[in-house]
Design a protein around this ligand. Structure first.
Ligand code: FAD
Ligand code: EPU
Length: 337
């Protein structure tokens, strides 16, 4: 049965731990319940927000509408070959539980994405990525329903327009669909990706390269760098890493030795926003209830009791100082509500 909560605090439903309120919150455990919830939202002419794990959302203020929380569980094996297993996973499955499960089965593809918070249903939306791997590398299809007519759809990977922290779901289909299931094709003979950052060093400490060790190494690195939202409210990287012209890198390199950047094409490079923010002196700074994490300048923190407005003001000041110093406009990764 569709569970309905009224006038609730969203504090436990967003990793920034912002104490915003919502008028109505529907917890839907099946496609049938999702449709029922959407019908009710339409009948009551409410604004709709789909909320997964709330780990990439900042509530600017109370939400005067209805929240639909897809809690569809289940991992179903669709096909097996000598090389691959294809699985269909419910949108409500916790992302890291899926990664743990697939690694335990010896299936490769998701291990570098260990410990990313949130739900399976959100994984295609910004095409989650970490340690040289993106969700798009394993996604075969995305299933969902259209919000206007409640009809089902299936979109193949090649039509999802996946890019760096980007997909069709953040653009043409934004606000038009609910993702109900994601289909992943995973390898029984995985090629492990270990070139990113200090992953190789961490693997050596763990005794060498294996599927389980890649997961453990990623977990260790993440635990050392990123704050645990249970202890310090945050939503991971607040901004995207900007993609800029190579010429700009040449200018910056003239002023800084060992300036980190990653080539994207002949003409474009990706710059670490964390480094840019760090150079502007923000790392570890605290202003009232909000601040910049001491180990990762790309992560904004709620020390407790912060409002969304306070986080936005800090983000604005950071953006301004990076713009002034480097002439690079940072784009937000976190979704504002
Ligand atoms: P939510 O925050 O609930 O929602 C995000 C967006 O997706 C919203 O617009 C929402 O409306 C929409 N949405 C959610 N579910 C559905 C659905 N079923 N159908 C339609 N729309 C939906 N991200 C990375 O890519 N890489 C990282 O390494 C990473 N590290 C992180 C570390 C920390 C500590 C934290 C807090 C976050 C990190 N993130 C990272 C960001 C976040 O974990 C991902 O973006 C994740 O996919 C968000 O999932 P969610 O279920 O919490 O989505
Ligand atoms: N750096 C600094 N100072 C800082 C932070 C970073 O100098 O305060 C430098 C690092 O030394 C390194 C470079 O910047 O040379 C990149 O840092 P890091 O490897 O920590 O990764 P990132 O680019 O900051 C990205 C993703 C993360 C993902 C990691 C690992 C984005 C916006 N962020 O961070 O994703 O986990 O790589 O792959 O692309 C997220 O999206 O929420 C997220 C956490």
């Amino acid at each position: 049965m569709l569970t309905t909560l009224k006038n609730i605090s969203l504090k436990q439903f967003n990793t920034f731990n912002i104490d915003a309120k919502a008028n109505v919150f529907y917890n839907a455990t099946s496609i049938h319940e999702l449709k029922e919830a959407i019908r009710l939202v339409k009948e009551n002419k409410q604004e709709l927000l789909i909320l997964g794990g709330g780990s990439n959302i900042l509530f600017k203020s109370d939400f005067e509408g209805a929240i639909v929380h897809p809690k569809i569980e289940g991992i179903e094996v669709l096909a097996q070959t000598d090389d691959c297993t294809t699985i269909k996973v419910g949108a409500g499955v916790e992302w890291d539980k899926l990664v743990e499960h697939t690694v335990n089965l010896g299936l490769g593809g998701l291990e570098n994405l260990s410990l990313i918070p949130g739900s399976v249903g959100a994984s295609p939306i910004q095409n989650i990525g970490a340690y040289g791997v993106e969700a798009k590398d394993s996604i075969e299809k995305v299933h969902g329903i259209y919000l206007d007519n409640l009809e089902p759809f299936e979109i193949d990977n090649s039509d999802c327009k996946f890019g760096y922290r980007d997909s069709i779901f953040k653009n043409e289909l934004k606000g038009k669909v609910i993702i109900t299931h994601v289909v992943y094709k995973l390898s029984k003979k995985p090629k492990l990706i270990t070139h990113y950052g200090n992953l190789e060093d961490e693997l050596e400490k763990l005794g060498g390269v294996s599927l389980q060790n890649v997961r453990n190494a990623v977990i260790n690195i993440r635990n050392a760098k990123l704050p645990d939202p249970e202890e310090l409210g945050n939503a991971g990287s607040f901004f995207k890493n900007p993609i800029v012209e190579v010429t700009l890198v040449k200018q910056i390199s003239e002023q800084f030795d060992n300036f980190p950047f990653y080539p994207v094409s002949d003409k474009l490079v990706k710059l670490p926003a964390g480094w840019l923010i760090d150079q502007c002196g923000w790392k570890g700074k605290r202003i009232g209830n909000v601040g910049v994490h001491k180990n990762q300048a790309l992560v904004l923190i709620n020390y407790g009791g912060a409002t969304g407005e306070e986080v936005i003001n800090l983000a604005h000041d950071i953006r301004q100082s990076v713009l002034q110093r480097f002439n690079i406009p940072l784009e937000m990764e976190v979704n504002m509500v």
